[in-house]
Design a protein around this ligand. Structure first.
Ligand SMILES: NC(=O)c1ccc[n+]([C@@H]2O[C@H](COP(=O)([O-])OP(=O)(O)OC[C@H]3O[C@@H](n4cnc5c(N)ncnc54)[C@H](OP(=O)(O)O)[C@@H]3O)[C@@H](O)[C@H]2O)c1
Length: 287
């Protein structure tokens, strides 16, 4: 039985689905019992209700689990506390593998959640548990929330200089690769940077999208002030808005580049290109 935390999130749902399709027994750790049906529809064999801050709920959820995939909530100030709680519950349950879902370049300590993930990685390594760490780069799926504007107005707007490059990766590839990590003990004690196959700027992405949808699309850099205003309008916490601004400012200055060699090895095929991802998204959105 594989316990998956953060199961109802964007990443968690992709992981539960990929693991279930590969035949694994998954127990989805969720906060709200109303989320159970959705997770079971994705293939979870069981659900466990609790909170990453509630140690007893984690201990209950861990009963009979042989592996854990821990996916913490994004940009959360409690990243290390939550990771420690899951590590401790996993240690008490003597699980055979602890997979920690981190981020690529946790060494970029200026970004708080990268720094906290670096600290959590240290705790995972020192826990004595057999572990694997996956370090994904920025997802291609950041296109989803802006897709309507891209299609309706022909504007691909992100908070970066339009020529800054990113090796964006398909979340479906990350789910397939992380499934491999959980199915084969050869991956114990590895730390894997997982990046997409192309270094693309917003300008490059706009051009690819334009070719796929057959309409002109231009790239536009959103200012951090505009990003903060949008965050406030969406009701995000002041802390979350500040962390988003720090992260995006850092990516804007330094880009986010990585190699796809490890991902290719785990998948046993070429990782998904941005054009292929956009074609899939277009089909999903028009279905
Ligand atoms: N997006 C990227 O490009 C990217 C790249 C690399 C790494 N990552 C990492 O991927 C991870 C997942 O991100 P995501 O975008 O999938 O997140 P997400 O969609 O916001 O999902 C987070 C999940 O965590 C749950 N959660 C939040 N607080 C909790 C708590 N106290 N106890 C139990 N569950 C709690 C949420 O529950 P509810 O459903 O009840 O709200 C939600 O299901 C993050 O650690 C992020 O840093 C993301």
């Amino acid at each position: 039985m594989i316990l998956v935390t953060g199961a109802n999130g964007k990443t968690g749902r992709a992981m539960v689905s990929a693991l279930a399709k590969a035949g694994a027994d998954v127990r989805a750790f969720i906060r709200d019992p109303n989320q159970a049906d959705g997770l079971q529809a994705l293939g979870a064999a069981e659900t466990a209700v609790g909170d990453l801050g509630d140690v007893a709920s984690l201990q209950r959820a861990m009963a009979g689990a042989s592996q854990v995939l821990h996916i913490g909530p994004p940009m959360d100030p409690n990243e290390v506390i939550y990771a420690d709680n899951v590590i401790n519950a996993a240690t008490a349950a003597s699980v055979e593998q602890f997979v920690y879902y981190s981020v690529m370049h946790p060494q970029r300590r200026v970004i708080r959640h990268h720094r906290l993930k670096l600290e959590a990685e240290e705790h995972v390594i020192e826990s004595g548990l057999p572990y694997t760490i996956v370090e994904p780069i920025r997802y291609m799926q950041h296109l989803v929330p802006i897709w309507r504007r891209v299609v309706d107005e022909g504007v691909h707007a992100m908070p970066f200089d339009i020529d800054r490059k990113f090796n964006v990766v398909d979340l479906a590839d990350l789910a397939a690769a992380t499934t491999q990590v959980l199915l084969d003990p050869a991956h114990l004690y590895a730390t894997y940077e997982l990046a997409g196959p192309e270094a693309l700027s917003q300008r490059d992405m706009a051009k690819i999208i334009s070719e796929v949808i057959g309409q002109p699309v231009r790239a536009e850099a959103v200012s951090l002030a505009a990003l903060k205003k949008k965050g406030r309008a969406a009701g995000l916490s002041a802390d979350r808005i500040e962390q988003m601004a720090i992260m995006n400012g850092h990516y804007d200055s330094h880009g986010f580049l990585g190699s796809s060699v490890t991902l290719r090895g785990l998948l046993g095929r070429a990782p998904t290109t941005f054009a292929t991802y956009v074609r899939r998204l277009q089909a999903e959105q028009s279905a």
